[in-house]
Design a protein around this ligand. Sequence first.
Ligand code: SF4
Ligand code: SF4
Length: 412
Amino acid sequence: MTIDIKAATRSFLAQTEEHLVSYLEACVHCGQCADACLFYRTSGDPRHTPAYKLFPLARAYRQQKWPLNWFACKITEGDLLEWEDLIFDTCTMCGRCTEVCPMGIDIASIVGQARKAWADAGLGPRDLMAAAENSRDHGSPLGLTQEKLVDRVEWLADDDEVDMPLDKPGAEVMLTVSSIEAMKYPKSLSAMAKILNHAGVNWTFSTHGYESTNFGFLAGRSDIAATMLGRIVDAAEQAGVKTVVIPECGHAYGVMRWSGANILGRPLPFEVLHITEYIARLKREGKLKLKPYADPFTYHDPCQVSRRGGAAADARYILDGFATGFKEMTPTAELNWCCGGGGGVQAMERAADLRHKAFKIKIDQVEATGTGRLVSACANCRLTMDESKTYWNWGGALESLVEIVADHLEDV
Ligand code: SF4
Ligand code: SF4
């Protein structure tokens, strides 16, 4: 294995010019972030303390910027190898540590930036890097090629008797997909279609830009992140849509909504909404008529939608007056515990054991509600929880918020 330490150092130093430096200076080493992290909470390993993940970038910064920089140590191959599991395997970029940090340090952003240095050095988990490269080369990390998308949409439209337009001219809304949904939970696609049709929305899927997950971003591969974003942005611009809707995928939403313009270097000429935000809007506009739903369940907030996306209230608004069996878990909304698989951790085989163990936090949360059923709005959370459920032989049920809404639409 060749490790390009010069490329990694250049990458680190490029980032020390940015606002992230203020975070490196601001940490007061109070340790409050430790207990907020699902991995530290699970392992008790001091290496899993969130603040420890600042170290590689901090060392590069001191090497370059400190007045007495000749005393500062250089980043070494050993550092990169030692910290790799902390930057990739044990950080879902969930942002929970920031909620408790008295200095408001955004560890998730620093981890995201640090991943670029690992990728530039030729390091990083092989399966995560392969998922990113598959996205670039085949349109999706899970084999959802353009042909397969067309095939899936035609099959679902036929099977579920729902109109699912592809490349429809004049559409105002473009719906994107997550290949996790398309390949593992395909009914989510027809569920979105049913809801938008019910509300009379003029919408379409696009064969030119459909995959909203962005493993380039998660792997630290800026080039692939831009390619994946560019496909959707180009498709939306050519179609002239006003709104791009991100499906049940948290990171896909965060990348497009909050980082998209910066990655591409220009404003996005359309609004970006997560599907829960969009459904809540339809309800506010009186376009969503739902039959009552009384089954007991609790709601798992996807970190990138509720905590980092600020859209926790929209899921509750959808459920309000409709789902009478809904019961909050504790803690919830912005302080909810991560499923363990965000930030690409779900795709890393070597990270599976610890993330499965971390899921016990979620099981205990659900059990405490007495509902035994977990509903969420992220296919990556759903896949993570499905696998961890098997690991623990847990009997709780897992469902999709969008599918439940679609199953309870009133006839119009
Ligand atoms: S972002 Fe989440 S997983 Fe990463 S260090 Fe903070 S709490 Fe832990
Ligand atoms: S809570 Fe914030 S200030 Fe305290 S150790 Fe963690 S990152 Fe540093």
